[in-house]
Design a protein around this ligand. Structure first.
Ligand code: UT7
Length: 328
């Protein structure tokens, strides 16, 4: 096991107050509360209102981290935002967040790895600290996914929700922090989970609005299988790299997309469900924000205590997948 380069200190999250239950979807679409709960574990999700921008949610999560750590925005050397639903395509979400925070000493940029974005961003933060580019790196994952979700498509509409989570990466003290990490991608499978239109290859036009190609498209069953295999692979690899066994893990925080994927991942990793943090029933899939929100809730509810070993694992569009073993 190597000595950690960075530790994660302070956590924060924000979820919009508006709750949309499964029953609300069954009034709009050919679906039911029963189907959604049985197939996904989701009971409700949060939906941001027009004034709750991605940047505002990111700011709210970041403020908790600053309060936890006693830092001011001016202490931040870098801001890394993981998102696939930025408020606008240019400039980055991180620059808008930087302006809202008044973090004028920071370099700010986004990381695009969909639902795996928070994990990738933590790896980038570790690299910035290792290269002595930064000491205090704010890592935020924020999504307003419901604006890029097709509310007329029952196969995706019921799955996603909005929210943000954050933490701070800084040079490790006392052996705490990231013990090992693992990151992978497979771009050949991009079209199983993607937004076909709206980018430079298919700029916005009337056709895009007509065929809904601005929204997320997903081949659910294929993505499900890949998610289970990839998250299982990521758990194995990071445990091996950290020199840990599953029995030494105190808490698993997996990406919250589907309770069946979470259960299959935990089973493969050999981690009992009472050591797995689950909140998918309340938020649905918040993409990059998913693990970040869960991490904050685990800390605030006392599930994650100093001295514990926690395993973070995620899978998303790309495909991308990653895991981190952290001494908390
Ligand atoms: O965040 C990273 C990536 N995302 C994920 O990890 C999500 C991965 N995929 C999944 O979680 C699951 O595949 C879904 C929840 C999306 C779908 O569950 P499934 O058990 O894989 O269902 P399915 O796609 O095989 O569909 C079974 C049936 C289909 O009907 P037919 O063809 O058998 O007549 C679907 O049309 O269920 C139908 N269906 C629905 N029925 C009621 C699909 N969505 C719904 C719905 N309500 N909302």
């Amino acid at each position: 096991m190597r000595r950690p380069i960075v530790e994660l200190v302070g956590t924060g999250s924000y979820t919009p107050p508006r709750v949309v239950t499964n029953d609300e979807f069954s009034k709009l679409l050919a679906t039911s509360d029963q189907w959604i709960r049985d197939r996904t574990g989701i009971r409700e999700r949060r939906v941001a209102g027009p004034s709750e921008t991605n940047a505002c949610m990111a700011q709210a999560a970041a403020k908790h981290v600053l309060a936890d750590t006693g830092l001011t925005p001016l202490d931040l050397d870098a801001i890394v935002v993981a998102t696939c639903s930025p408020d606008r395509l240019l400039p980055s979400q991180a620059c808008d967040l930087q302006a809202l925070l008044g973090a004028t000493n920071a370099a700010a940029f986004d990381v695009g790895a969909a639902c795996t974005g928070f994990m990738y961003a933590l790896n980038v933060a570790e690299g910035l600290v290792a290269a002595e580019q930064a000491r205090n790196v704010l890592v935020v994952a924020s999504e307003k996914l419901t604006t890029i979700t097709d509310w007329t498509d029952r196969t995706t509409a019921v799955l996603f929700g909005d929210g943000a989570g954050a933490t701070l990466a800084r040079p490790s003290a006392n052996g705490r922090g990231i013990l090992a990490s693992y990151m992978r991608s497979d771009g050949t499978l991009a079209e199983l989970l993607y937004r076909p239109g709206g980018g430079a290859d298919h700029p916005p036009d009337e056709q895009l609005l007509k065929d809904h190609s601005y929204f997320i498209k997903m081949a659910g069953r294929e993505v499900f299988k890949a998610a289970v295999l990839s998250m299982a692979d990521a758990c194995d690899k990071v445990l091996e790299r950290a020199g840990l066994t599953a029995g030494q893990i105190d808490l698993l925080i997996p990406h919250q997309a589907n309770i069946r994927i979470i259960e299959a991942t935990a089973k493969h990793a050999g981690i009992p469900m009472d050591k797995v943090f689950v909140n998918v029933e309340r938020y649905g899939n918040t993409s990059a924000a998913s693990v970040a929100i869960a991490l904050d809730e685990a800390v605030r509810t006392g599930r994650l205590q100093p001295g514990m070993k926690v395993l973070l694992v995620a899978f998303g569009a790309g495909f991308t997948w990653a895991s981190l073993a952290v001494q908390w």
